[in-house]
Design a protein around this ligand. Structure first.
Ligand SMILES: Nc1ncnc2c1ncn2[C@@H]1O[C@H](COP(=O)(O)OP(=O)(O)O)[C@@H](O)[C@H]1O
Ligand SMILES: [Mg+2]
Length: 442
């Protein structure tokens, strides 16, 4: 078989099927219908309502059909629309970022960072399993006793995880993570996730080819930030992105997107983020963007940042900017290349220019909590100098977290590089080495 055919062949059947006409009408239907109104109806009423609206749409916009052809098409469209049962309106609701089904009677969603329990539930375990089947069938997977766990990405971008009994003791558990929507920096500023001065400064960091680490806990918005920041990479540079599950949506012309691959059932065929980082070095990238470093690829990434790929970016899971540096060190030491402790420190001091730390407030709000410059050089003990810090106010009765963004001078070494690159520094920050803002990480 020719290479092209083999690649075609390995594409999921679901991807091909979803291109069909029914999917299109289903989309139109979901656009037209008021989902809130549907939520209050039982299944039969919902079907009747959907058939009526679908009928109108098909008559208005569809081809000329006989009455029976039209009836069949409408039924198929509605079947598709109802195919995911109670999940359908949730999936169609853009404010829902995560859907969690813990057995048939327990459905939660995440909206604006908060968990909410949903009234609608599945009729029984069978109905839930049927829905799960429909979802994973889209990507040619199945769930049963012999493979009771499935983790997959749907053609529409959602990340789906399924785990069923006997591994789960609460019935079949389904977790759907929506494909995160891309925010621009302006939108993040608008949403209060960072202040405008910091946005301007970060943009100049990117243009001046600083290596940036975005840090934060799960779901704090690391990928979202990485995506927003990447918009400042000048068009015309060759960017390679490497992710475990492709979420970045870069707008530049010259992008190569790579995605790692887990091992198959026989435990073969795995391609790790590390493999991809190493391979990317032979692809003449100007910048490398790694969705998240979790292990030994960290060392490869640091080396890439130190050898002609300045302006690269990664995210790392951590609780603070200090912790991010500490974790980079731990992960870089996990490499099979055993490097002396001081050498790893040298790599990090030389590679990382700036840490952007994100956090989630008790009210669910996501924001930049700190921007810190790496002030240590070579083999010195790590030192960070805070450039921006969010200082929260005590939370009031409305449970909304407020606070102020405090700005501090940009260290001279960093400032010099910015000026060299033709960038300026917003007056809110200024330039200077302030001992009182320096902290050692030991
Ligand atoms: N500043 C923000 N304001 C509101 N929602 C955000 C913000 N940043 C991210 N999100 C949302 O939070 C969820 C998790 O974001 P993501 O970037 O995937 O986090 P992480 O990569 O840290 O796990 C997504 O649904 C995303 O759209
Ligand atoms: Mg992420």
């Amino acid at each position: 078989m020719a290479l092209k055919d083999r690649i075609e062949d390995s594409r999921s059947a679901g991807e091909k099927a979803s291109a069909g006409g029914v999917a299109l009408w289903r989309q139109r239907l979901l656009e037209e219908i008021n989902l809130d109104e549907l939520a209050d109806l039982d299944l039969a009423q919902r079907r009747a309502r959907l058939e009526k609206v679908a009928g109108h749409i098909v008559s208005r916009e569809g081809p000329v059909l006989s009455a029976s052809e039209r009836g069949a098409l409408v039924r198929r469209v509605v079947d598709e629309a109802l195919g995911l049962g109670v999940l359908e309106p949730l999936l169609a609701d853009p404010s829902v970022t995560e859907i969690m089904v813990n057995g048939p009677d327990d459905v939660y969603v995440e909206r604006a960072g908060r968990l909410q329990r949903i009234e609608t539930t599945f009729a029984n375990e069978d109905q839930l399993l049927q829905t799960i089947d429909r979802i994973v069938a889209q990507v040619n997977r199945r769930v049963d006793e012999s493979s009771p766990m499935v983790d997959a990405r749907l053609p529409t971008g959602e990340r789906v995880n399924v785990i069923i009994p006997p591994l789960s003791l609460v019935g079949p558990v389904l977790t759907i993570r929506r494909f995160p929507r891309a925010y621009t920096i302006e939108e993040l500023v608008e949403a209060g996730s960072m202040d405008p001065h910091s946005a301007v400064l970060l943009a100049s960091f990117i243009r001046a080819r600083m290596n940036i680490v975005v840090s934060g806990g799960t779901g704090t918005g690391k990928t979202t930030m990485l995506n927003a920041l990447s918009a400042f990479v000048p068009n015309g540079e060759r960017i390679v992105t490497i992710e475990d599950s492709a979420e970045l949506q870069l707008a530049q012309e010259h992008i190569i997107r790579l995605e790692s691959r887990p091992p198959n059932i026989e435990g073969k065929g795995q391609v790790t983020v590390r493999d991809l980082v190493r391979n990317s070095l032979r692809m003449r990238p100007d910048r490398i963007i790694v969705g998240e470093v979790r292990g030994p690829e960290t060392l490869d990434m640091l080396q890439a940042m130190n050898t002609g790929h300045e302006g690269s970016m990664v995210t790392v899971h951590s609780n603070s900017a200090d912790d991010a540096i500490y974790r980079l060190q731990t992960m870089a030491s996990m490499s099979d290349v055993r490097l002396p402790f001081e050498t790893v420190r040298d790599q990090i001091n030389s590679a990382v220019d700036v840490v952007v730390h994100l956090g989630r407030g008790s009210d669910g709000s996501r924001r930049v909590w700190e921007i810190a410059a790496v002030a240590s050089r070579r083999r010195e003990t790590f030192r960070l100098q805070s450039v921006m810090r969010f200082v929260p106010e005590p939370i009031g009765p409305d449970r909304v977290l407020r606070g102020a963004y405090h700005h501090h001078p940009v260290p001279r070494v960093l400032a010099a590089r910015l000026f060299e690159a033709g960038e300026s520094i917003p007056p809110a920050f200024g330039v200077g080495d302030d001992e009182s803002l320096l902290r050692e990480i030991t």
